[in-house]
Design a protein around this ligand. Sequence first.
Ligand code: H2B
Length: 93
Amino acid sequence: MDKLNEAEINQALQDMPGWNRSGDSITRTFTLPGFPDAIVFAAAVGNLAQRADHHPDILIQYKKVTLTLSTHSAGGLTAKDFALAKEVNGIAR
Ligand code: H2B
């Protein structure tokens, strides 16, 4: 899959509330009510990722879950990252 260019990345970010650009990645931190909720949320993200065969870095810090998305095989951001970010937004409150 082709890397997106700068204009495409900026355009895609506009439709992606909560997500920020960080170099070759996009990130979003979700704050859940408590640690068990954070674990359940991370597992739900894991299920989406497995189904999409596209996997984010997942950092759990107590009740915060930070997701970092990038397409390793492309060495940058692709449509797959934004597709998964959109799915994650769909399961987040
Ligand atoms: N996830 C991410 N974030 N980037 C990839 O390039 C990637 C992946 N490649 N998940 C997938 C798995 C690849 O290894 C399999 C074989 O499709």
